[in-house]
Design a protein around this ligand. Structure first.
Ligand code: ATP
Length: 293
């Protein structure tokens, strides 16, 4: 069975819901507390694995109970974590989220995710070369992404780069990506002098822009297309982009065309927004088969 390699971040969200945010030095009583698993890397790995893809994860956690839980969650979702390293010097990645009056404030600590470097990726070259497609996002170092891109080019493995969250990357890395998948606002930051229409026309069969409830925009070399997503009652769009990428990669690795892979991404992501939570809403293949034609 073909394999998808995901290089990326692994973290836990610690969420407190309160009526009012504390002032400096103040303690307020919260109403609710819960934890969820996140990190764009982990989310994309789980999204693809839920669609029965064979997924291998590259990333790092700390030597703490949060790291153990992160790994256990990935294993439960059938993601291969044998190459994920535990590092002693820092904590596992964590986001401390306070929700008051429906507004978020977030302290994000990259922790072990900040230790994912080019040397670690190079060390896992054989594992990468045994995969059929690779994915990375912007929550690990530029060096790590660059080494992955180079290994993929050498081994002729398609490389999907999701430049999220936005940060400046070397032009040479963007060039090495086989597919570049920003959302609308990331696309505007990547190509500030171009409209979305002009940007996709300049990068045919490569730049695939997710546009929320509108769907996905790309150019097939002849013309640009908006591939509409499925109409649903959305309750929580957190992780929609990650779910899309899991579906898109699953399509490509199963030899679907670019457009059909986008449709599978739309199908999976539109289903995910009907449920709460990033990983919580990611559908299994059977659900998609049951719910849509
Ligand atoms: P997030 O940061 O929340 O993970 P994103 O900004 O990276 O999301 P979007 O472009 O908002 O990504 O959404 C990704 C995909 O999810 C869309 O291309 C579409 O397929 C699906 N999607 C998002 N919102 C909706 C919606 N309201 N209805 C149907 N599909 C949706």
């Amino acid at each position: 069975m073909k394999k998808i390699l995901v290089l990326g971040s692994l973290s836990t969200d610690f969420v407190a819901i309160t009526d009012r945010r504390p002032n400096v030095g103040e303690t307020v009583q919260g109403n609710e507390f819960f934890t969820t698993f996140g990190g764009k890397g982990a989310n994309q790995a789980v999204a693809a694995a839920r669609l029965n893809s064979n997924v291998v994860m590259l990333g790092k956690v700390g030597v703490d109970s949060f790291g153990e839980d992160i790994l256990e969650n990935l294993r439960k979702n059938s993601v291969d974590v044998k190459c994920v390293e535990s590092v002693t010097s820092v904590s596992s990645g964590a986001a401390l989220i306070t929700i008051a009056d429906s507004d978020n404030s977030i302290v994000y600590v990259p922790g072990a995710n900040g230790k994912v470097d080019g040397e670690y990726v190079r060390k896992n070259k054989d594992t990468i070369e045994a995969c059929d497609i690779a994915i990375a996002q912007n929550e690990v170092s530029e060096d790590a992404i660059e080494v992955l891109a180079e290994i993929c080019i050498e081994a002729k493995i398609p490389f999907i780069l999701n430049p999220a969250p936005y940060r400046e990357l070397k032009a040479s890395i963007l060039e090495k990506a086989t597919y570049l998948l920003p959302n609308e606002s990331e696309c505007k930051l990547l190509y500030p002098d171009l409209s979305i229409e002009e940007a996709v026309a300049k990068h045919p069969n490569k730049l695939v822009v997710t546009m929320g409830s509108k769907g996905v925009f790309f150019n097939d070399g002849k013309e640009s297309h908006l591939v509409e997503t499925f109409k649903v009652d959305a309750v929580d769009t957190t992780g929609a982009g990650d779910t899309f990428i899991g579906g898109f990669a699953t399509g490509l690795v199963n030899n679907l065309s670019l457009e059909d892979s986008i449709i599978l991404g739309n199908l999976s992501a539109s289903e995910s927004v009907t449920k709460m939570g990033a990983q919580g809403g990611m559908p299994r293949l059977e659900e998609l088969k049951n719910n849509k034609n």
